[in-house]
Structures are given as C-alpha cells and as structure tokens.
Write a protein that binds this ligand. Structure first.
Ligand code: IPM
Ligand code: MG
Length: 360
C-alpha cells in the first residue's frame, strides 16, 4: 500500500469548487486502485480566514504543512483584500518558505481541444515552461519612501543570484534531457537588462556544457511571444525568470485552448519540503459560486502531484481519463460547452473506470 499525506488548501474564489472536484476524482482513483491511499487534511486558510484572524494563515502555518507529502492548492485572491496581501500572506509564503524554486508548467493541446492557432495551420504544441520561483522579480525586495508626497519613491528590485540561476538551469536541462526532443530555450531580456539577465546567459552557457545532448537556443522574451504564436512546434522546454515565465505561461495556456486547463507544480526538487500543486487560473470572481468553473486544470494538477509522488501509472491513468472527457462533448463554458463543474467531474470519474490500469 502506498500512502501519502496531502494538505488541501482550497482558499479563495473558485479554489474550493475545483479542489473539491479534484479530490472527488482522486477518491475515484483510489477506489480503482486499492494500493493507493491519500490521507487528505483540509486547511481553511485564505481570504475568509484573513477577515476573521487578520492573517492569511496562522504564524505556524508552514510547520503544520511540513510533514505532508504534497500540498494541493486552489487559488488566492479577493475582491476586497489587496492582491499583494493575499498573495504574500499565503501562496508566496509557502513557495518561498519551502524553497519551491522550480515552477513547472506543462502545456499541450489535450485531445479534442482546439488551439486558437488552428486557423494559422499551427496547432501543434507540446511545451514545458520552467519558471524560476524563488527570486527574480518576485524577490520582494524594495520599498516605498516619502509616502503620499509628490516625491514618493517605490522600488522593486529583481534579485538574481548565481546559486539561484544555476539550480533552475540544472533543473531545466535535466527536464529537457528526459524529453524526446531534448531542446531548451533560455529566455531573458539581456539586451536591455544588462546585469542580472546577462548573468542568466552566462550561467546557461556554463551549465549547458554538462548537457551536450540538449540543444539550447536563446530568445528575448518579447521575441518569444512571437515565436510561441508563429512557430509553436519549434519549442520544447523553456526556462525563464519568475515574471517572464508568469507572462509566457498565460499565453501558453491560452494557446492550448483555455486558462481553465493549465496546471502548475511548485517543486522543491531537493524534496526536503513538500511541493505544492495548483491550477494556474486563479480565483476567478466572475464565476465564483456558479458551479461552472472548469475543473480540468485541477485534475491535470492532481496528475502532476501523483507523478511527483512516484505514482506514475496512476498519473497516466488520470490523464487518460481527462483526455477521454476533453475529447467528448462534456465541456465547461470556457471550452465552448455548457457542462457544469460537477458534470465534468462525474464524466472524468466515469472515464477513469474505463481506462485499463495497464494504460498507466
Ligand atoms: C500565476 C499567477 C500568480 C503569479 C498571481 C496570482 C500572483 O499569475 O501563478 O501565474 O503571478 O505568480
Ligand atoms: Mg500568472
């Protein structure tokens, strides 16, 4: 029996709806595989918790999570509480506190879905974006002085350390090496940003020497947006800074059909701390509580989590069930359908039963 402790933090907006759906699918998977056992504990943290307690999570929050095997996270963000408070109080506090320095965002067009690029005859994409997740533009380094006066100053200083860049490069090269095409695109803006970004280029060159089997190319981030649209099949693995990859991954998700399907893993590759898995989409207040959120992003996220836990066969089995459903006409409104969250969830649970265990 393989037993894992999962901390569920559904948090804000549609987070509880999609994490609830994801947990239902994981239960269905456990019914089919009696060897798999997920002990899930819920943590009621987030913006409602903040309204009652003045903090997004308790001061010893990280300690309560430390002994879990993985964290399954919904979304943070609230219409009233400022975004930087909710974000730094919970999601970034966990990412930084657990040194989850590698943010991994796979993108491909799931069976049956259509890319907005289809009319350009460019419908083929299969990418993994590796986002530096511990420093860079999200380092939290800066300040404000002369507040409220005409001479007010705000600084937001991006931090790039050799150690930080080296470890994300090694991670990206290792990942590229495991894929069929073995290609890595290093994205920077080293023409205009002549310090930290030049350090990225230099470190990429030196780390690359250990990976002669990986083909490397470089792209400036602005040109990368064009390449993603015009030559999607030329891209395999991409490594970029925290902010650049944040932006590129939204574009990637849209090009794959919808932001509603895209997953993320926030990994501590050393495995000293638990890693955290979340759908990319965020809290989506416009549809919160309506029961129409697309749970596919949370399901794909659950597959990434299983994969990280070493449950490769179950991860594949779940992906197979997800794609059986995306290929059917059971689709949520963001994918042009009318199915509700529950209906998509039921369909994936049903499809799971039809996927032979050997498919995994
Ligand atoms: C993401 C999100 C977050 C980020 C937001 C919610 C701050 O856009 O995970 O991509 O920028 O990291
Ligand atoms: Mg983003």
């Amino acid at each position: 029996m393989s037993r894992y402790r999962i901390a569920a933090i559904p948090a804000d907006g549609i987070g509880p709806e999609v994490i609830g759906a994801g947990l239902r699918v994981l239960e269905a998977l456990q019914r089919l595989d009696p060897e798999l056992r997920l002990d899930v504990k819920h943590f009621p943290w987030g913006s409602d918790y903040y309204r009652k307690n003045g903090v997004m999570m308790p001061a010893d929050g990280l300690d309560s999570l430390r002994n879990f095997d993985a964290i399954y996270f919904g979304a943070v963000g609230d219409p009233v509480i400022p975004d930087h408070v909710t974000l730094w109080g919970l999601r970034l506090a966990i990412c930084q506190g657990f040194d989850q320095y590698a943010n991994v965002r796979p993108t491909r067009i799931l069976r049956g879905l259509e890319s907005p690029l289809r009319n350009c005859g460019q419908a083929d994409l299969d990418w993994v974006i590796v986002r530096e997740n511990s420093e860079g533009e999200y380092a939290g380094n800066g300040g404000r002085t002369h507040r409220g006066t005409p001479i007010e100053v705000g600084t937001e200083v991006a931090i790039f350390t050799r150690a930080g860049v080296e470890r994300i490069m090694c991670f990206a090269f290792e990942l590229a090496r495991q894929r069929k095409r073995r290609k890595l695109t290093v994205v920077t803006k080293s023409n205009a940003q002549r310090h930290g970004m030049v350090l990225w280029d230099e470190v990429a060159t030196s780390v690359g020497r250990d990976y002669p089997d990986v083909t490397v190319d470089r792209e400036l981030v602005d040109a990368m947006t064009v390449r993603m649209v015009m030559k999607p099949s030329s891209i395999d693995v991409v490594v970029a800074t925290n902010l650049h990859a944040d932006i590129l991954s939204d574009l990637a998700a849209a090009l794959a059909g919808s932001l509603g399907i895209a997953p993320t893993a926030n990994l501590d590759p050393t495995r000293k701390n638990p890693s955290m898995f979340e759908p990319i989409h965020g809290s989506a207040f416009d549809i919160t509580g309506k029961g129409v959120a697309n749970p596919i992003g949370a399901f794909w996220t659950a597959a990434l989590m299983l994969d990280h836990l070493g449950e490769r066969a179950n991860a594949k089995r779940l992906m197979e069930a997800i794609e059986t459903v995306t290929a059917s006409d059971v689709r949520s409104p963001d994918l042009g359908g009318t199915a509700r969250t529950d209906e998509v969830t039921d369909a994936v649970c049903e499809a799971l039963a039809g996927v032979p265990a050997a498919a995994g």
